[in-house]
Ligand binder design. Sequence first.
Ligand code: PLP
Length: 362
Amino acid sequence: MTLVPSYIAALKPYKPGRNAAEVQRAYGLKRVAGLASNENPLGPSPKALEAIRRSLTDLNHYPNSGLDLREKLAEEYGTKVANVIAGSGSDSIMSDIIRTFLGDHDEVLTTEAAFGGFQVLARSRGVDYRTVPYEHWRYDLHALAAAVTEKTKIVYLANPNNPTGTIFTRQEFDEFYRHVPARVLIILDEAYFDYARDNPRYPDSMHYRYDNVITLRTFSKVYGLAGLRIGYGFAHEDLIAELMKVKLPFEPSTPAQAGAIAALDDKEWLHRSLELNARGMRLLTEALPVVPSEANFALLPLESREAAAHLVEELLRRGVIIRPMESWGLPQCVRISTGTDEDLQMLIDALEAVEPEMLLAR
Ligand SMILES: Cc1ncc(COP(=O)(O)O)c(C=O)c1O
């Protein structure tokens, strides 16, 4: 089709995890355990839901481009409103970054099998997209630093990383940063920040600011608000000012801002969500030979693409949705999110029926 640039025609669309209601219908199942999308199985904070309900009477007015949430986040993290941006999910801010900073001849550099959402966004810009292999499922930051060329404009790093769940330390990041020229923008995607924050090896990027680093975070994960579409970013105010020019004028929506602000204040819900995740992560790690993870999911490498596809299908039939990683570039791997105790019991029961030899002695 001549209307469509070749890089769009060649683009593979983002493949989300299978939807629970749709799987339930398709397989005629009573109950489904959705372990494919790294969502919070506890659901959203009741206080966030109440704030969303209250905000609905204001829907005749346009929202204020995230200002309420930016003010709240600036206060929460002791920074200035000018250093904060809010958008309809961190995906939306990633899209703003791609449109704001990439020129036609620039190149994007990241790891192999990076977060699928980023892969699609970066490739949709039609620029060169280069990757460096993992080293034992962790970012090879030395190789990444060495791979920067004069064309490199954006380096994308997720910490904890999706889909491997691994982290890099502050020392490792600092060492990497020293080798990256200031004209390169580093995206530090911290969608899973809350799950790792208590690990002393995990760097809190709010404690150090670099002029060419933008940190992204989201309410889609531990805050249980994936359906609301709300995320935010921190960066030098000059970067935020450029992003604000490009960002769609009114997003995030009024209910999204109200829900996020209330969710931030509900520390008890956050605590319960983290406890449930820690329990689920312990269970996953004890039951399966997964890559040790600092997030709310774990990567399970299998011997082949066929073995991964077989496992996904057999678990689906038994009502357990896990995520095939082929479209991200890891065809021999699947990714499994933590869930409620019942969800994870369904997983273990299904594995006992399908691949009992895969289960570690418990
Ligand atoms: C590493 C990473 N970044 C960003 C996102 C997107 O988050 P949001 O729902 O805020 O767009 C996800 C969601 O899965 C993710 O895993």
